[in-house]
Design a protein around this ligand. Structure first.
Ligand code: 5GP
Length: 211
């Protein structure tokens, strides 16, 4: 099949467990690469520059937009978030499935620019569980948690734009389901254009032409 990897978007409400799903996907299978986004949000305790995000100022971020250095960007709860272009292009060419862990506005832009991308929405089984996870994480103040829950309600309006929904109830089941969807997507003809072109060319040798 084609060597080029899939550009995949993993979205989900804040607190749905996307980050943990991604970490497990990457450690279990070696064909994934995670794009590190640029953001103007302040680092949370323990977050490192270049690992969770490239932390930057609004000024630098806007300069990067102007230089077309981002594949997409969006504003979320008062901060900019964006996907640096170079890494995505390099990793896709190297055959990796590139994961963009981004919110819905960015996801829609990706689908528009890259119709072969795969959009997966990760969700907890229900809203009460979402709140429980966000509070339990202990990384945000109550005020921020309320903003994020309210944002989740808005985001739920856009779920139909995604190709698949995966419920994150049991973590490893969720990880394996995401992997299976990606694996199946790689076999869809729309993502196997190099293979199709090659075998069609080879088969021409077998064509019988009338004298
Ligand atoms: P957090 O502040 O919790 O790290 O991220 C807030 C939201 O921004 C999450 O939904 C996350 O998926 C999204 N996000 C992270 N990086 C990007 C990005 O590069 N582009 C877009 N559009 N959203 C992003």
């Amino acid at each position: 099949m084609d060597k080029k990897g899939i550009l995949m978007v993993l979205s989900g409400f804040s607190g749905a467990g996307k980050g943990t799903v991604v970490k497990n996907l990457i450690s279990k299978y070696d064909e994934y690469a995670l794009s590190v986004s640029m953001t103007t949000r302040a680092p949370r305790e323990g977050e490192r520059h270049g690992v969770e995000y490239f932390f930057t100022t609004r000024e630098e971020f806007e300069k990067t937009i102007a230089e077309e250095g981002l594949v997409e960007y969006a504003e979320y709860c008062g901060n900019y978030y964006g996907t640096p272009r170079a890494y995505v292009e390099e990793q896709l060419a190297a055959g990796k499935n590139v994961i963009l862990e981004i919110e819905i506005q960015g996801a829609l832009k990706i689908k528009e620019k890259f119709p072969e991308s795969l959009l997966i929405f990760i969700t907890p089984p229900n809203a009460a569980e979402l709140k429980r996870r966000l509070v339990g994480r202990g990384t945000e103040t109550l005020d921020v948690i309320e903003k994020r829950l309210s944002r989740a309600s808005e985001e739920s309006q856009g779920i139909e734009a995604y190709d698949y929904i995966v419920v994150n109830d049991d973590l490893m089941t969720c990880v394996d389901e995401v992997h299976r969807l990606v694996d199946d997507a790689r076999r869809e003809p729309v993502r196997c254009q190099e293979f199709i072109a090659r075998i069609r060319e080879e088969l021409k040798d077998f064509e019988i032409h009338a004298e």
